[in-house]
Ligand binder design. Sequence first.
Ligand SMILES: C=C(O[C@@H]1C=C(C(=O)O)C=C[C@H]1O)C(=O)O
Length: 419
Amino acid sequence: MTSPGTLPSTQHLVVETQQVDDVRSLIALVDPQRPLLWLRKGRGLAGVGEALRLEFSGPTRMQDAAAAWREIAAAATVSDPLRMAGTGLVAFGTFAFADHSAQSSVLIVPQLLIGRRDGVTWVTRIRADDTHEADVPANPRSTAFGPEYRIPLTAGAESADGFLEHVTQAVERILDGELSKVVLSRDLTGRIPADADLRRVVSDLALGYPDCWTFAVDGLVGSSPETLVGVQDGSVTARVLAGTASRGADAEADQRAAVNLVTSAKDQDEHQFAVQSVLASLRPHTSHVLTSEMPFTLKLPNLWHLATDIEGTLTDDATSLDLIDALHPTAAVAGSPTPAAVALIDQLEPFDRGRYAGPIGWVGADGGGEWAIALRCAQVEPGGDVTAYAGCGIVGESVPEKELTETRMKFRPIVDAFG
Ligand SMILES: C=C(O[C@@H]1C=C(C(=O)O)C=C[C@H]1O)C(=O)O
């Protein structure tokens, strides 16, 4: 890790944003093997190159990132006539789920960033102050996608049977009173050709799941419906999801599935743990916090979720990195109470989650930013190894076979995008 006290002089960044004509596709502009993307509903950020890369690990990975980012933002020279969310200095980030994960957490400042929001398109050039402007790629250039590839994803470290067994054990531990909820996941693995164009996967995800945050940061690609936190001009937003049902085969069955979900005591319980954990973490930093009175049903192409939107006003100088540190891990991806849930995940899941279920998103110079929980995603290693993850909240009434089916539904976006 780069410690904030010892930032080398190369980390004084020079940043220039300019409005440009609209571009046809953000996805076509980024590196095929190491895409940097953050997209939703036709708007988003695309990064090319790395002006700065900071790696963090251990229990203080998010605090360390927040401290380093304050220093970098304070030291930067920024010319930003647009002053919109995502203009000026921006870092993409992805953080490991577990305190002791072997996977690194990173902040990446691209050399070139192309953004689009509210009908405005811009390019930001970023370089260290001891480099030359000529070293930054001149203009974003679209390139055609590389050859087509399709790969299956098959059982990884946790087989379907292993998952059923672990859910059964978790239910016993919950009924014993050790904890109220735990989120257990399983993994699928595969391998893409080493030179495969990852933008094909991202493009399928963005087209198939336009209401989700589609992301690609340091090999982690996915399409998440869950906003961990958004911070802009003193406002804080979050979208909590917990409670899931399959989509019906026809309109009537689909409506019935949504009604059953919203009236299910099991799903409402599971959901409330998640909402309360988010409210408790935001409370020290916010006032005027509003939530939807009742959870609503969020329709995605592959499933229904119970959802609650949260809005509040920031009352301190917390950046979005400070807030992801305060919020992570929510009960939507760990369980409740958090320490017991995290300990049980560690005990029962036979793999390191890496960045799955960790915060993924971007932060700007003023600390604002957008962060999702990395769900419906896969980590792609430089050699082509792919590991995808999906999990579900387990409570006392959980039935192992139903939870296994739920993981299959949650794998669908990523399995379809690769396969
Ligand atoms: C853990 C995942 O999803 C989370 C768990 C949910 C649930 O248990 O109902 C719903 C949405 C997410 O908060 C996942 O997609 O892997």
